[in-house]
Design a protein around this ligand. Sequence first.
Ligand code: NAP
Ligand code: MG
Length: 483
Amino acid sequence: MPATKLNLIAGNWTAGDSEIENRNPSDLSDLIGLFAQASADQLDATLDRAAAAQVEWAAYGPERKQAVLMNIGNELMARSEELGTLLSREEGKPVAEGKGEVFRAGQFFTYYAAECLRQIGENADSVRAGVEVDVRREPVGVVAIVSPWNFPTATASWKIAPALCYGNAVVWKPANLTPASAVALSEIIAKQDIPKGLMSLVMGSGRAVGQRLVESPKVNAISFTGSVPVGKGIAMAAIQNLTKVQMEMGSKNALVVVDDADLELAVTLALAGAFGGTGQKCTASSRLIVHAAVHDAFVEKLVAGTKALKVGHALEPGTQIGPVVSEQQLNDNLGYVEIGQAAGAELACGGQRLNMSTEGYYMSPGVFLNTTNDMRINREEMFAPLAAVIKVDSYAEALATVNDTNFGLTSGIVTTSLARASHFRRNAKTGVVTVNLPTAGTDYHVPFGGRGDSSYGPREQGKAAAEFYTTVKTAYISAGTPQ
Ligand code: NAP
Ligand code: MG
C-alpha cells in the first residue's frame, strides 16, 4: 500500500479522520494512492492560522511576492511532463493535454508574478480644497477555493495565483476525484518563502468538507468552479455570512456553421470543441448549429471524423480520447444517449461503452442528428463526448438558437463573411465568442467567464481577477499648510 497523501493544515502535512482510494479511470487496477480526508476540526484550525498568515503575507513587499509566484510557475512548467502524466493518470485526458494543462497552470503563476509589481492605485484631488484622495486595492483576506476535476491543476491555478498575488491566504478544497494533482501543486506552493499556513489543502467530499468550508464565517471570499446546483447551494451558504462569491458553472456552448464556411475547418473545430478532454469541458461545443445548405456535407465529414478518433488509455501514445472520469459520469452519459434517442434524435455514431484491454470508463464519441433545440440533450450540460447537430435555415435562425439557452459561457461561428462574423461577435449572448476557432481554449491574460447560469460574480483571469481578490479603499488626506 502506498503511504497516504496528507492535507496541509495550518502549515503542517496532517493525516485526516479517514482516507479515500484514487484509481486510474483508464485502468481500474492502477491504484494511484490513498488520500486523507480533512475533519471539521482541522478545517477550523487551518482557517484560524490562515487569517494570521494572511496579515504576514500582505506585509511582504511586491518583489518578495513576485519571486514566490515566479518560482511556483517555473517549477510547474519545468515539471509539466511529470505532473501532466500524473494528471492524465488520475483524470483520464490524453497525456499531451495533461502536460499542456500543467504548463498552462505555470503560466498563470508567472503572469500573476508580474502582476505583483503592477498594483498601482489611483489618486485625485478632492472636491474639498486642500484634500487629496488615494484609491488603492487591499486583499480580501482568507479565500476559499472549491475546484472541479476536469482541469484539476489549471482551474485551481487561475484562482490560487491571483489570490496570492493580491495578498490573500488560500484554503483549497479540490475535487475528490483528482487529489493527486492537488497534493502536487500544494507541495510546490508550501515549500516557498511564505508564512506558515498561508496555503491550506483540505481534501474531502464536497458535501462534507466543501459545504462546511463555504458555510464558515472565517472565510472572506469564495471562488467556485463546478456545476449549477452546487453553485446555487454555495451562493446560499455565502449569503448567510455576506461572503463575497464568484462562480463559474456549466454551459451549453454552440458552434455555428453557416453556408459560407470553410467546411474542412468547421469539422476540425467541431471535433476539437466537442470531443477534446472527452467532452468534459465547460467550454465544449455540445451544440453544432448548421445551415441547411451545408448540413449534409458537414455531417458526412463530421461523422467520418468522429469514427476515426482513437479512444484509448490516457497514457498511451496516439490516444485522442481518454476514458470519462468516473463510473457515475459514464452512466450519466449513457443515460443521455437514451434520452436523446427517446426524444427522436438519430444517433449517427458512437455513444456506446467500450471494452478495452484494461478495465476503465471508456465510451465512443457520439453524434446526434435531427435534433431540436428544445430537446434535453440540447438544454442540459452533459459533460460527455456527445455532440448534437441542429439544422437551421438562416444565419438569423442560427444566432437565435445560440442564444436560446439558460447558459452563456462560450459560442463560436465558422464563416468567411466579415459581416456575419462581426454581427455574431456583437450579438451572441455569451461571455466568450470565437470566430473560426474552437469554442474551447482560452488565454490566461484576458477575462474569462459567462452569462446566465454559467457565471456569477466578477470575471476570472487577467487583470479582471483583481475585482474579486481585492477590496477597494478610498483614503482622504488633508495635509494642512506647510510652515
Ligand atoms: P461539482 O459536482 O459541482 O463539484 C465541483 C466542486 O464542488 C468539487 O470540488 C466538489 O467536491 C465540490 N462540491 C460538491 N458539493 C459541494 C457542496 N455542497 N459544498 C461545497 N462544495 C461542494 O462539479 P464537478 O462534477 O466536479 O465538475 C463538473 C462541472 O463543473 C460541470 O457542470 C462543468 O460545467 C463545471 N465546470 C465549469 C467550468 C467553468 O469555468 N465554467 C470549468 C470546469 C467545470 P467533490 O466532487 O469532491 O465532492
Ligand atoms: Mg461532482
